[in-house]
Structure formats: C-alpha cells, structure tokens
Design a protein around this ligand. Structure first.
Ligand code: HEC
Length: 282
C-alpha cells in the first residue's frame, strides 16, 4: 500500500475539523448563544446544549455502514413457508404416479400387442400400410374398414377367403362410391386360410379398433376383447372353419354367407355379439 504523505493527512484532518465546526455551527441557528465548537456545557437550554454536544461527539466515530438494501430485503423476506415441506416430501410419490400415466396401457396389453403382431407378421402391413393408410390394398384406417364391414365376422370371411374366390362379385355394405367389387382395385386380396381363428380375430380387431378407430365401448365389444385376451394368454390354436364363418356372416354383405348362425354350441360365431345372439340380423 502506498503511504499517504504526511502533509495530505494533515490537510484532511484539518478539513475534518472544519466540517465538525460547520456541523456544530449549524446549531447556532437554533441557539445563537452557543459558540461554534464550544464546550458542550455551554449556556442555552439544556436540551439544545445536549443536541449540540451530541453532534460533534458522534460525528467522528466511524459508524457501522448502514446495511445495503438487498441485505435488508433479504432479512425482511419471508422464509419458505412450513406447508411447503410436506409438498416436497410428496414429490417422489407424485413423480411415480406421473410416470405411471405416461405408460400406454395398450403397450402392455397382450390383446393389443398380439393383434399388432399378427398384422405385421401376416404381411398385411406390407400391402395396407403399417397404419392402415393403404397401398396395394385398400385403406383400412379412419373408419374405412367398418364402412365396408359393419360386422367383424364378414371381414373375417373376406380375409380368410380373399377376393379371388369371389372375383367380380359385390361384397360389403353400401359405402361412399358404391359397394366393393372383388378385384376391382386391380389386385386381389390374398386368402389367409392358414391363420388360426384367434389370429384372424386379432387381426380384425387390430384393423377395426386400432387402425380404424372403432368404438369399443359397448358391452359386447368389451366381452369380445376380454375373450380374445384370455385366449391369447392361453395360446389357443383353433383352425379357421370357413363354413362356420359363412354361417355366421351376413348374406347381404358376404357372397355365400347363410346367416343361420353357428350349429355348434362349442364354437359360437366369433366377434362381439349380444348375449344369446349368434348372428346379428342380416
Ligand atoms: C399382397 C397384398 C396384400 C396383403 C398381404 C394383404 N392384403 Fe388385404 N387387400 C389387398 C388388396 C389388393 C385388396 C383389395 C382387393 C380387391 O380389389 O378385391 C385388399 C382388401 C382387403 C380388405 C377389404 C377392405 C375393404 O374395405 O374392402 C381387408 C379387410 C383386408 N384386405 C385385410 C387384410 C389383412 C387383415 C391382411 C393380413 C392378414 C391383408 N389384407 C393382407 C392386398 C393385400
């Protein structure tokens, strides 16, 4: 540190002394009798004298600097309220609960995973698109597939039998642009007689509920889904019985269908149907 030259110190001391005198002399305005820089015991009303004395006495004492505004503000600020603590404690619980909502239940559901797997493995996605948007084969998404087949069982027949078997015949319900004519697209829908019945039902479920957004909320539909799920878990392998499917399908939708219902109690018509009902009125 550079030392301050003595003459400067002297000057500063002198200036301070003057300042004190100045401050003290202010009191002269109140008490003209008090002489500037006079001893505190000077004449005048005692209160004024005390005030005059206080000023020069206090001034030179280096006072602690006033606290900065931000420190005062920090001290004045309220602390974290007590009720926050339980909230902080509950945070991990909330985090776990939240993580739970992020999971798509369908992803874990054997019904949905199984159905999607058949759609991919049987090669449907190759011609109809992974999302059912269409390609070589018709679009199956956005309600298109159930516009053609209001009842899933007719769709099952079409997939098992393909379109070459009913070449040039009309099939399906009245839909925008008229009913479907087999082979009219310039390509045939291949037959899939070697799928198991469960696979056939699963792929139909996938195309309708997942790709085409069919309403699954009815009791009958929910029962069908539960039935599929159970069989998927059991690993059922029943062959497709096209005769049975034709008995279950609707004659006005599916060429060759009888609509008489299943003759075999042990093998009811596949798909969602109301209690005791084998075939929806066709
Ligand atoms: C080789 C290509 C190809 C494959 C593989 C294929 N399809 Fe098709 N699919 C078609 C064609 C082409 C049509 C239309 C045929 C026609 O014009 O009659 C069609 C029609 C359909 C229809 C009728 C849709 C409607 O609205 O008329 C359904 C349902 C269908 N396919 C489902 C499936 C399913 C399920 C699979 C897999 C198990 C599958 N397709 C595999 C080519 C294919």
């Amino acid at each position: 540190m550079t030392e301050i030259p003595e003459h400067l110190l002297k000057r500063s001391r002198a200036a301070k002394g003057k300042g004190d005198e100045g401050a003290a002399s202010d009191s002269t305005a109140v008490t003209p009798a008090t002489d500037a820089g006079a001893a505190p015991v000077a004449a005048g009303p005692p209160a004024v004298a005390a005030a005059a004395a206080a000023i020069p006495a206090d001034k030179p004492a280096p006072e602690a600097p006033p606290e900065a505004h931000y420190i005062e503000a920090a001290k004045a600020r309220r602390r974290i309220p007590a009720w926050v603590l339980p909230l902080v404690g509950a945070l991990p619980i909330w985090a776990i609960a939240f993580a739970g909502t992020m999971q798509q239940p369908e992803v874990e559901d054997p019904l949905f995973t199984g159905a999607e797997a058949v759609y991919g493995e049987a090669g449907c996605a190759g011609c109809h698109g992974a999302g059912g948007g269409g390609g070589v084969g018709y679009q199956l998404s956005d309600g298109s597939v159930w516009a053609t087949f209001p009842d899933p069982v007719d769709q099952m027949v079409h997939i098992a039998r393909g379109s070459a078997a009913i070449a040039d015949q009309g099939y399906g319900a009245e839909r925008p642009g008229g009913i479907r004519i087999a082979g009219a697209s310039g390509n045939n829908m291949p037959a899939f007689p070697d799928l198991t019945l469960l696979e056939l039902e699963l792929v139909v479920f996938h195309e309708r509920a997942v790709l085409s957004g069919e309403d699954t909320s009815s009791e009958a539909y929910q029962e069908w889904m539960e039935h599929l799920r159970e069989r998927e878990e059991e690993g059922e392998e029943i062959e497709i019985d096209l005769e049975l499917l034709l008995d279950c399908a609707h004659p006005d939708i599916t060429p060759g269908a009888t609509g008489v219902g299943s003759p075999d109690e042990d093998h009811p018509c596949p798909g969602p149907h109301a209690e005791g009902e084998e075939v929806a009125a066709g």
